[in-house]
Design a protein around this ligand. Structure first.
Ligand SMILES: CC(C)(COP(=O)(O)OP(=O)(O)OC[C@H]1O[C@@H](n2cnc3c(N)ncnc32)[C@H](O)[C@@H]1OP(=O)(O)O)[C@@H](O)C(=O)NCCC(=O)NCCS
Length: 184
């Protein structure tokens, strides 16, 4: 499993979820844009947020799936989003990144900054060999995040994902250790 970790960037602190994140996680995950692109419970209840912040996020590190970070404003400490690693393959040293940004924090580069930080931590500090990112072909904002964070577009995975609206094609992106220099 990954070690419990706190990552710092210019504007953000990425740390484990805790009970203080429950109301903002609830608001962020019940938000229509988050619900459009992520297959989260619908309706997303306060109980769902409580379970995520107090049990599920930690369990997904304990069982080796990956690591989940609460993305917070370094100045105000408020929750700005989530970034996490999932589906980690410890034999091939490959993992996959995913994220959502809270409605009040969108459009300021938060997803890009948080994704870069996690990519650097995984590919440099943890010495992984490949980080994948999948985004629905119509999720333009997420694809921009991938490219701005320094990922390479590899192709389209037909019918590979699902959202509440139905099945979707996914664009596959990847980042390798050698790509880090250009993702500063
Ligand atoms: C995708 C998401 C995480 C982006 O977060 P963010 O912090 O606002 O992203 P950034 O500020 O780093 O912006 C990334 C780029 O997307 C652009 N963008 C944001 N919303 C957009 C939209 N609705 N349509 C097109 N481009 C958009 C931004 O303008 C920016 O591009 P620019 O620098 O060329 O202007 C956020 O919109 C979100 O939470 N969406 C719902 C959940 C989701 O889609 N998760 C990813 C699943 S793969």
């Amino acid at each position: 499993m990954f070690p419990e970790s706190v990552l710092r960037t210019k504007r953000l602190i990425l740390r484990p979820f805790d009970t203080s994140d429950i109301p903002d996680t609830h608001a962020s995950c019940a938000d229509p844009l988050t619900q459009r692109w992520l297959p989260l419970p619908r309706p997303y209840t306060l109980d769902n947020a409580t379970n995520w912040c107090t049990a599920t996020a930690d369990a997904l590190r304990d069982n080796g799936d990956g690591i989940q970070f609460a993305v917070t404003d370094a100045r105000t400490k408020r929750l700005m989003g989530q970034v996490g690693l999932k589906k980690t393959d410890w034999r091939t040293l490959v993992s996959e990144v995913g994220y959502w940004v809270s409605p009040w924090a969108r459009g300021h580069g938060v997803a890009t900054e948080a994704t870069r930080a996690v990519a650097r931590w995984l590919l440099a500090d943890q010495q992984f060999q490949r980080l994948e990112l999948r985004a629905a072909t119509e999720n333009t904002a997420s694809q921009k995040v991938a490219l701005k964070a320094g990922f390479h577009r590899e192709g389209t995975l037909r019918n590979a994902g699902f959202v509440h609206g139905g099945r979707v094609d996914l664009v596959l992106f990847s980042m390798l250790p050698g790509d880090l220099a250009s993702s500063a």
